[in-house]
Ligand binder design. Structure first.
Ligand code: FHN
Length: 417
């Protein structure tokens, strides 16, 4: 089987796909919101007048900005437009069932009130509000699950964190001390002070040793047994597999629970120069494609320096939500469908219903399903009044619909087995 590279926990270190009941809600959910937000949203991809290529949250490393310079962003960070309720409501309108916020990204700036460093939004910015705390409250009010991203290995601000080669000499760093006396206390903070956390989303597991990953896994589970740990903890540990950014495996991945983290444009953290927005149709097809292969889609927003969500992200998320309002039955709580590997469509399944998601509507309106014995076919979107008929020949079914695609983005046909 062709396989994309995963951060994949080893079999034996985790139960197999569909085996661990702690993941039941996550398997049902399918679609989550990632939020990458920090002081990097101020330069937004531009440093000293120069456009710095690459993803926005990496500007400190890409431009090798000295800590003393980068730190000056914190006193400028005053995101007065931040509205946790608005974010949560947007996620709900988009049909996203969980949210994962960057509590600390590689630049080391914490988006919550940490006692371990003043380099955080509460103590180190004029804003002075606990972004994470407000989001946790809003999630609790709206009944949506909250997860937290935490960069356990890379920390370009901490003298013993990994990755900053321009301020520090790697040979003089004590990574073990950083893990024991900074990362662990911070993981304890975020898993203690903000209510139930559904996922801790570790990332870029470079140089972390096996025992360190294991200790973080044990710590997370001891503090919140139901908190899932993503596969980027490192050393093949974690509760589920994490695909590479924006990567969708070409085939069904039935053996693992997995998730694709993805961007709407090309950056995670806000960038003024990135206008390469994926279309709503592309995003809906990505969601369908992932779900049809057994995965979850964690789709990112990157608020700007004022805390506003970019309008193109809002528009696209709302379009996805509108589609899910009509077609969500074919996504949430489904299993990968019986027909795989077709370019023009994808399938999901729930009980004896198979959902046929048509990406490329056939010019003659006909779709032959040689190995599927369906007894009836109907448009999932009840507002669709185009004609649709089904003919059966033994174990094969042929569907005949209208000559033109009845619906924009992805049309779903519900087939009863
Ligand atoms: O380096 C990070 C990147 O900034 C971003 O957080 C993504 C999200 O999956 N993870 C890393 C790159 O894979």
């Amino acid at each position: 089987m062709t396989e994309i590279e995963y951060f994949k926990p080893e079999r034996g270190q985790r139960p197999g796909a569909n085996e661990d009941p702690r993941l039941d809600w996550w398997r049902e959910a399918k679609f989550g919101m990632f939020i990458h937000w920090g002081v990097y949203s101020i330069p937004a991809g531009v440093w000293q007048g120069e456009h710095i290529p690459g993803i926005g949250e990496w500007i400190m490393l890409r431009a090798e900005i000295p800590i003393a310079e980068y730190e000056k962003l914190a006193p400028q960070f005053n995101p007065v437009k931040y509205d946790a309720d608005q974010i949560v409501k947007l996620a709900k309108a988009a049909g996203q069932k969980y949210i994962v916020l960057t509590s600390k990204h590689h630049d080391g700036f914490c988006m919550y009130g940490s006692k371990e460093t003043d380099y955080n939004i509460v103590d180190g910015s004029p804003f002075g509000r606990d972004v994470l705390g407000e989001l946790a409250d809003a999630c609790a009010r709206e009944g949506i699950k909250l997860g937290l991203y935490y960069s356990q290995t890379q920390d370009w601000h901490h003298p013993d964190g990994f990755g900053n080669t321009w301020d520090f000499n790697e040979d003089e760093q004590d990574f073990g001390d950083y893990i024991d006396n900074y990362v662990k206390p911070q993981v304890r903070e975020i898993l203690t002070n903000y209510g139930p956390i559904c996922i801790i989303w570790f990332d870029t597991p470079r140089i972390i040793e096996r025992h360190q990953s294991q200790e973080l896994l044990d710590l997370a589970h001891s503090l919140q047994p139901d908190c899932l740990v993503c596969g980027r903890l490192g050393n093949k540990l974690g509760d589920y597999a994490t695909a590479q950014d924006n990567a969708i495996p070409p085939e069904l991945q039935a053996e693992i629970d997995w998730e694709t983290p993805a961007t709407i444009n090309d950056t995670w953290g806000f960038k003024t120069h990135d206008h390469n927005w994926k279309s709503p149709a592309q995003l809906i097809q990505n969601l369908v494609d992932i779900v049809s292969k057994g995965g979850n889609y964690l789709l990112n927003i990157g608020p700007d320096a004022e805390g506003a969500i970019p309008e193109p992200s809002i528009e696209r998320l709302r379009a996805m939500g509108a589609w899910l309002d009509l077609n969500g039955e074919s996504i949430y709580g489904t299993q990968p469908g019986p027909i795989q590997g077709e370019a023009a469509y994808r399938t999901t399944q729930k009980g004896d219903a198979v959902y046929l998601h048509v990406f490329d509507w056939p010019a003659d309106g006909g779709i032959a399903l040689p190995d599927l014995a369906a007894s009836s076919a109907s448009w999932l979107d009840a507002s669709c009044d185009a004609t649709l008929s089904l003919s059966r020949d033994g174990e094969s079914t042929t569907i005949l619909g209208s000559a033109e695609a009845p619906k924009e983005h992805v049309t779903v046909i519900r087939l009863q087995l």
